[in-house]
Design a protein around this ligand. Structure first.
Ligand SMILES: *[C@@H]1O[C@H](CO)[C@@H](O)[C@H](O)[C@H]1NC(C)=O
Ligand SMILES: *[C@@H]1O[C@H](CO)[C@@H](O)[C@H](O)[C@H]1NC(C)=O
Ligand SMILES: *[C@@H]1O[C@H](CO)[C@@H](O)[C@H](O)[C@H]1NC(C)=O
Ligand SMILES: *[C@@H]1O[C@H](CO)[C@@H](O)[C@H](O)[C@H]1NC(C)=O
Ligand SMILES: *[C@@H]1O[C@H](CO)[C@@H](O)[C@H](O)[C@H]1NC(C)=O
Ligand SMILES: *[C@@H]1O[C@H](CO)[C@@H](O)[C@H](O)[C@H]1NC(C)=O
Ligand SMILES: *[C@@H]1O[C@H](CO)[C@@H](O)[C@H](O)[C@H]1NC(C)=O
Ligand SMILES: *[C@@H]1O[C@H](CO)[C@@H](O)[C@H](O)[C@H]1NC(C)=O
Ligand SMILES: *[C@@H]1O[C@H](CO)[C@@H](O)[C@H](O)[C@H]1NC(C)=O
Ligand SMILES: *[C@@H]1O[C@H](CO)[C@@H](O)[C@H](O)[C@H]1NC(C)=O
Ligand SMILES: *[C@@H]1O[C@H](CO)[C@@H](O)[C@H](O)[C@H]1NC(C)=O
Length: 643
């Protein structure tokens, strides 16, 4: 025998021997086998077909099952909804069988993201599976409470039950999970209080219970969780104050307490060096009051801060200028007053500043001109009495979204907006005192996506150049004195964006008199909202109107439109609101209107319509006022027709 053959023979022996080992170790203990089969029997559908191959007794070889070779006990079940190696999403539909608890040596149970597991978490899980380290049942359809017995799993490190329909209150036994690092219970229907005992979880790194129905106070004991890096209690019904013990969370990086009923003042930081890693802070949508503390500047790691929608008052502390990492600052909808501190100019990383709806006064500090990374500035609805747009604002090199609604700006739309350093993408100068024309140069703002000049005193035609704005998505010019034709709005180039980018047009409450025949002629296939009401528009509706097949809301009321109601309206099956009242529409209501099944609001009153209202939903469900003031409509909901 030559050397090569010897090698092959050796290899064959290894393969045969290896195979034999696998055969003898393939079987798991009979309890585990029973537990696995019970689990499999609970599942009606498995899009991954993993369970179909669970046959025979060699359960240690089944996909998703891992055994301890020495004891033949099953230690892991790994059947996640997302199969990482192929990145495929799979689904299992069925009941989570209580027999899963027969697997008493299990260390990892991963049934996360399968979408369709229903039933409850077995009440005795903690007592029967004391070795469990990781329990992932998130992203399913589980109901019932978090079992009290979960507190009896001394080895548990990760508990992920988020995105189910779990209800009931949090068992205080959770506080006994000494080794727990991650507790994820968000997006369920959990109610009751946060147990004080949670403070005992000193190894916890992440606590996320957002989007539940928790009530009561945030316990002081939370401040004992020395290892906590992420705390998310947002979108619950928590009340009371923010505990000052939070200043003890030395590792905290993400703190989300927004969208609750929290009151009192912001208690942190009490001195420099506290919460040194806090980067992301959300306290918006609460009832917080008092000042933004002068000590706020000690939170030097802050990157994104949202304090909007509270009752915060007083001046912005000048220590804000010390937050050198700050990129986004949201302070809108408070009672903040005084002037913007000059120190704000030191926030060189700032991208977004939103102070809308406060009581901020002029002068705006000239120093703001050094905010060279600022992309979005919203100072709307402050008693700023700006009179004109500050010159420095148009020279900010990154600013492309400018919101200065309700700031008392007077005169014509300033030409300086034509030549801003950064091309304007969003411009909201609504509710000011702007007068004169809509300038022709508007058409040269090639990046413009949103233009809101509503509630001013503009009194020109719409310039032809508007057709050049191929990326325009939102156009709101309502409540001005604009006149002439609306044609230009409907033949914007909209070329390269496949079906058009315009989704929202409000030209209502002006003096426009012509151009309805242009509706739908361009590419407006994504239009969702069109309001032309309260103008002097005459003529007939074109059949191209039927091309707006994404439209949700169409308001043409209070115009001079005549002719029959066009049949093409019946093609607009996404319509939820249709308002055609106070025009001169005549003839019958087309029976095609019965196809508008999503319609929630309809007004055809004060026209010259006649004949029978088509019998059927949704038309017969509207009140009589929908049809009143016409020439001769009859049938439900009005009186019967007399033929
Ligand atoms: C158990 O045996 C299998 C098959 O021989 C092997 O692949 C696996 O690595 C072993 N596991 C442990 C933990 O030793
Ligand atoms: C979730 O459960 C409800 C009833 O318990 C059922 O109607 C629904 O289809 C289930 N969802 C999935 C994705 O299985
Ligand atoms: C756990 O928390 C509760 C309530 O705060 C407390 O009474 C108990 O002594 C704590 N247990 C331990 C072991 O720290
Ligand atoms: C912070 O922790 C220290 C020591 O553990 C404690 O004495 C202090 O009372 C805590 N502070 C707050 C505000 O709870
Ligand atoms: C500023 O905040 C208000 C209120 O939260 C919000 O409505 C508005 O859209 C924000 N402005 C910008 C430009 O995002
Ligand atoms: C607004 O400013 C103008 C001058 O710029 C001043 O005449 C006027 O009184 C101010 N209005 C208010 C309400 O402060
Ligand atoms: C335009 O501004 C007005 C007044 O500020 C506001 O009511 C309206 O919602 C804005 N339009 C759009 C499309 O955002
Ligand atoms: C609009 O575009 C046309 C050709 O693309 C150009 O001739 C015209 O000057 C542009 N108008 C404005 C106001 O930019
Ligand atoms: C609108 O047009 C009518 C008639 O053309 C005119 O009488 C009226 O003054 C105009 N209204 C405004 C606000 O310009
Ligand atoms: C259309 O605009 C008018 C006047 O601006 C307003 O009263 C009406 O509510 C708007 N219609 C819809 C459907 O939003
Ligand atoms: C619409 O009104 C304009 C000006 O008010 C008038 O010139 C035109 O003839 C009218 N068109 C129709 C179809 O009534």
């Amino acid at each position: 025998m030559n050397y090569q053959l010897l090698q092959i023979a050796a290899l064959l022996t290894v393969i045969a021997f290896g195979g034999a080992i696998r055969k003898t170790t393939g079987a798991c203990s009979s309890d585990d086998l029973e537990g696995l089969m019970g689990f499999k029997n609970g599942i009606q559908m498995d899009t991954s077909d993993r369970l179909a191959k669970w046959v025979g007794r060699s359960c240690c070889e089944w996909e998703g099952v891992v055994c301890d070779n020495a004891t033949t006990r099953v230690t892991q079940i790994n059947l996640p909804g997302l199969i990482e190696k192929d990145l495929v999403q799979t689904q299992m539909v069925g009941q989570l069988s209580p027999s899963i608890t027969l697997l008493t040596s299990l260390e990892i149970l991963d049934l996360g993201g399968l979408a369709g597991l229903s039933g409850t978490i077995p009440q005795t899980i903690g007592l029967q599976m004391p070795k469990l380290q990781k329990l992932y049942l998130h992203g399913n359809n589980l109901t019932g409470p978090v079992p009290e017995s979960i507190g009896d799993m001394p080895n548990l490190q990760e508990l992920a039950l988020h995105e189910n329909r779990i209800s009931g209150s949090l068992p205080s036994s959770l506080g006994g999970l000494k080794n727990l690092k991650r507790l994820l219970l968000y997006s369920n229907q959990i109610s009751g209080i946060i147990p004080i005992s949670l403070g005992n979880l000193t190894n916890l790194v992440e606590l996320d219970v957002h989007d539940n129905a928790l009530t009561g106070y945030i316990p002081d004991s939370i401040g004992q969780m020395q290892g906590l890096e992420k705390l998310d209690l947002s979108s619950n019904m928590l009340s009371g104050g923010i505990p000052s013990s939070l200043t003890n969370l030395t590792a905290i990086s993400v703190l989300y307490l927004d969208t609750n009923y929290l009151e009192g003042t912001i208690p942190f930081p009490s001195r420099s060096g506290e919460m040194p890693s806090l980067g992301f802070l959300r306290l918006h949508n609460n009832h917080l009051s008092g000042n933004i503390p002068a000590s706020f500047g000690y939170l030097v790691s802050l990157q994104r801060v949202s304090l909007s929608k509270n009752k915060l008052e007083g001046a912005l502390p000048s220590s804000l200028g010390k937050l050198h990492s700050l990129t986004e600052l949201y302070l809108s909808d408070n009672l903040l007053s005084g002037q913007i501190p000059k120190s704000i100019s030191q926030l060189s990383q700032l991208i977004m500043l939103n102070i809308s709806n406060n009581l901020i006064e002029i002068p705006l500090p000239q120093e703001m001109s050094s905010l060279q990374n600022l992309q979005t500035l919203d100072l709307s609805f402050n008693p700023l009495n700006l009179s004109s747009i500050p010159q420095w604002l148009t020279s900010l090199s990154s600013l492309s979204r400018i919101y200065l609604a309700g700031c008392g700006i007077k005169g014509q739309i300033p030409d300086s907006l034509q030549t801003t350093e950064s091309p304007i993408q969003e411009l909201d100068l609504s509710e000011n005192l702007l007068s004169g024309p809509l300038p022709t140069w508007i058409g040269s703002l090639s990046q413009l996506y949103l233009l809101n000049l509503s509630r001013n005193l503009l009194d020109s035609h719409i310039p032809d150049s508007l057709t050049n704005l191929s990326g325009l998505g939102v156009l709101d010019l309502h409540s001005n004195k604009l006149s002439g034709s609306i044609t230009r709005v409907f033949d914007t180039e909209q070329g390269n964006s496949g079906g058009g980018s315009l989704t929202y047009i409000d030209l209502s409450d002006n003096n426009f008199s012509s151009g309805v025949d242009a509706i739908g002629v361009g590419e407006q296939l994504n239009m969702q909202y069109l309001n032309l009401s309260h103008n002097l528009l005459n003529g007939t509706l074109p059949s191209s109107l039927g091309r707006l097949n994404s439209i949700h809301s169409l308001d043409l009321s209070f115009n001079e439109l005549a002719s029959n109601l066009p049949e093409v309206l019946a093609k607009l099956t996404m319509l939820e609101r249709l308002k055609l009242q106070s025009n001169h529409f005549s003839g019958n209501i087309p029976s095609g209107f019965l196809k508008l099944r999503k319609l929630k609001e309809l007004d055809l009153s004060d026209n010259v319509l006649e004949g029978e209202i088509p019998k059927g939903k949704p038309l017969i469900d509207f009140p009589g006022s929908t049809y009143s003031g016409n020439k001769g409509l009859c049938g439900k909901p009005l009186g019967p027709c007399k033929f």
